[in-house]
Design a binder for this molecule. Sequence first.
Ligand SMILES: NC(=O)c1ccc[n+]([C@@H]2O[C@H](COP(=O)([O-])OP(=O)(O)OC[C@H]3O[C@@H](n4cnc5c(N)ncnc54)[C@H](O)[C@@H]3O)[C@@H](O)[C@H]2O)c1
Length: 263
Amino acid sequence: MELDGKVVVVTGGGGGIGSALGRRFAAEGAKAVVLVDIDAAAAQEAALDIGGPVRAAGCDVSDGAAVAALLDDVERRDGPIDLFCANAGIARGIDISAPDGTWDEMWRVNVMSTVVAARQLVPRWIERGGGYLLVTASAAGLLTTLGDAGYSATKHAAVGLAEWIAITYGDQGVRVSCLCPQGVRTNMVFGPGTDGTIGAEQVRRLRVIEPEEVAEAVVSGLRDERFLILPHPEVARYFQAKAADHDRWLGAMRKFQRELAPQ
Ligand SMILES: NC(=O)c1ccc[n+]([C@@H]2O[C@H](COP(=O)([O-])OP(=O)(O)OC[C@H]3O[C@@H](n4cnc5c(N)ncnc54)[C@H](O)[C@@H]3O)[C@@H](O)[C@H]2O)c1
């Protein structure tokens, strides 16, 4: 897929990776780019800063009805959506003791928001002869994140959902890419409240890249229509090592966990 002339929606567009995607898509000649964020002011600021075809919309992606209304509004104003980027995501550093409500929030933002958007867009894409879904999962969805059971579980679910949509609707013209970065310099890992958390410390010890490098990898991955987009190529090696010997991989991760959180 080339971005030139396309109508694109990016959720989580007020923040690091989302706004970098918006900037890059605009530079590639997109016709319209809508940056969607629960933080409407942040999305507005990002859209104004980028300019051109980029505009902002406030929306909580965990609210299914709001997402459905937003997608209808974009199609009315800008035309059929060619590319939907399910990029909004949260990390709460939770373990198994966290209350159901916190797990529900993780599930709704990191997984269900993609289900709701796909429910609306996939039938339209099939009718129109094609469409593209980009799911921002994480290397945590292929490997894990230390200190965050909720993030690890929901990002694995995000990868599984993206695979399922690609398999089920691929022959009808629905293309899917799954973005799985490791450390990226954004608020999620470097913002307020992240210092000292195991998840952030794990990411910071690995190779941290800039959101612009992620956007570069995305444009190239979309051009090749590649399912797995890995801005950190080393993640492919870790994933292969995990698949080759799961127990050995678990042992290595336990060692990493002991280093970061001695008991
Ligand atoms: N930063 C990393 O190291 C890293 C690594 C792998 C994957 N990711 C994933 O990349 C995506 C983007 O994260 P980021 O690193 O740019 O972090 P970020 O915190 O800068 O951006 C996330 C954005 O999502 C928005 N958001 C949160 N909840 C929302 C909701 N309910 N509705 C609408 N918007 C909401 C936030 O306001 C924020 O602007 C996330 O899915 C994240 O899990 C990040």
